[in-house]
Design a protein around this ligand. Structure first.
Ligand code: AHR
Length: 490
């Protein structure tokens, strides 16, 4: 099989916002306790953060980390997680039926983010709480004033403000599973008034309004229109969430999941622009795809987990080769839409549907999906280029004309390199690349991730079962493979 890929160096989609390579840590399962934080672990630093995990997070070069939820945030009192740790309340956590000790709160998480060379993207509780608690949290985090909440932060040992720039107005408020679930207009009004108070407190922050928690939500469309009609002038982004999976074990169909992501993005952009026109506004609402990943492997086992445990092993999906390929196509889709998707968070980062896994008290290792994210995060920054791919297509039970090759090129204007990311979706055939559009650069490297067995995973005992390698035959994409080709100036 052949794929003719035309890369146009002058036809730029947009500059990739570094925040496209964000991730997410929720107070859920072993993400925080036993994941990033474990004071008794042999690698722990002075604040109890696992340095083996920190090192892996740093490798990923994650630009922002959304915190503290997720569903968790909709029942969370941020004040429970600050001040004297011995006096912090232990609480029932109703989103995940767990116990929250509040040992980690915003003060500690902000410090962890610093140590991980990343930034916090903060979510406020619009489930059980509202505008007042949200504006107090903005004051606590971002202000230097001689006022109650700013002083409280200083008393807690943090003289300098955290300067958190990106804030989410609640989480998945359209879902009936959400604590404090709302109807479109209920949420829209609350989000608008909360946004106003938060921006009055700190006008430099950027705000993300909740969009639909999935394209199949019955209110998708109506929700976005209602929210944007109320909030347009007060928010900067609308959120999208979507998880993918292969529950029917149809790999060809699964490998085409990025087409659903692409449609979801395009539909949302259309709605944003419809409201822009309705309002006669100059401003574009950008997209924050702040939860995306594969989530289905752990759903059955999670039903067996007892309630009211501290850090139960929830959502611990173990990812295989085909999952890594899907993550690769999803990353390519985000890059292709980077003119409107400015923020995206791989949900999540450690132990919970995550690229990084740990044993509590033991080892840390990386899952298959770590690698496509790593490659894009390191080499996918710069200018995303229109990349035309001419190749064979196939049909699935729900889609027709799925191209066998999914690809995008990014020009890095810092080091004058072009990086091509490509997934070969064919399960049987390799694919020979024929590239055109640039003569100025020649190939430096071709990295491949694949495996003879599509179900192969990395584990603590076999952490290198699936790892990237230098292509045996450069410019040939092996069957079912993720590829990164780097070209430098000749
Ligand atoms: O990431 C796991 C959960 O998925 C989040 O808590 C929620 O926002 C979404 O439904």
């Amino acid at each position: 099989m052949k794929a003719k890929i035309a890369i146009n160096l002058t036809n730029i989609i947009d500059r990739v916002d570094p925040r496209l390579f964000g991730s997410f840590i929720e107070h859920l399962g072993r993400a925080v306790y036993g994941g990033i934080y474990e004071p008794d672990h042999k690698t722990s630093d002075d604040m109890g953060f696992r340095q083996d995990v920190l090192e892996l997070v740093k490798q990923l070069n994650v630009s922002v980390v959304r915190y503290p939820g997720g569903n968790f945030v909709s029942g969370y009192n941020w004040e429970d997680g600050i001040g004297d740790r011995s006096r912090r309340p232990r609480k029932l956590e109703l989103a995940w039926n767990s116990i929250e000790t509040n040992e980690i709160g915003i003060d500690e998480f902000q410090e962890w983010a610093k140590r991980a060379d990343t930034e916090v993207m903060m979510t406020v509780n619009l489930g059980t709480r509202g505008a007042d608690e949200a504006r107090n949290l903005v004051e606590y985090c971002n202000l230097k004033t001689d006022t109650y909440y700013a002083n409280l932060r200083k008393q807690n040992g943090f003289e300098e403000p955290f300067n958190i720039k990106l804030w989410c107005l609640g989480n998945e408020m359209d879902g009936d599973w959400q604590i404090g679930y709302k109807k479109p207009l209920e949420y829209a009004r609350l989000a608008c008034e909360t946004a106003k108070l938060m921006k009055l407190t700190d006008p430099t922050i950027e705000l993300v309004a909740c969009g639909s928690s999935g394209p199949l939500m019955p209110t998708f469309g109506e929700w976005e229109r209602t929210v944007l009609r109320e909030c347009y002038d007060h928010v900067d982004y609308i959120s999208l969430h979507s998880y993918y999976g292969n529950p029917n074990q149809n790999t060809s169909e699964y490998l085409a999941a990025s087409i659903d992501m692409d449609n979801f993005i395009k539909d949302t952009v259309q709605i944003c622009d419809e409201i822009k026109a309705e309002k006669g506004s100059e401003k574009n609402i950008m997209l924050s795809f702040d939860e995306w990943n594969i989530w289905f492997h752990s759903k059955e086992q999670d039903k067996q987990i007892d309630r009211w445990q501290i850090a139960p092993p929830l959502l611990e999906d173990i990812y295989n080769v085909e999952d890594a390929l899907v993550v690769g196509t999803l990353l390519i889709t985000l890059l292709k839409n980077c003119d409107r998707v400015k923020v995206a968070c791989l949900a999540q980062l450690v132990n919970v549907i995550a690229p990084i896994m740990t044993e509590t008290g033991g080892r840390a290792w990386v899952q298959t999906i770590f690698y496509p994210f790593l490659h894009c995060s390191l080499r996918g920054r710069g200018l995303a280029l229109q990349t035309q791919c001419d190749c064979d297509t196939y049909d699935t039970p729900t889609k027709s004309d799925v191209p066998y090759v999914e690809s995008i090129a990014v020009y890095n204007d810092q080091d004058d390199t072009i990086t091509l990311f490509a997934v070969n979706r064919s399960l049987e055939n390799e694919c020979k690349l024929e590239l055109s559009g640039f003569d100025s650069h020649s190939m430096l490297s071709h990295t491949v991730l694949t495996g003879n067995d599509l179900k192969l995973c990395n584990t603590a005992d076999a952490p290198n079962a699936v790892i990237p390698y230098n292509a045996d035959t450069p410019m040939i994409l092996p069957p079912h493979s993720w590829n990164m080709l780097i070209f430098s100036k000749s």
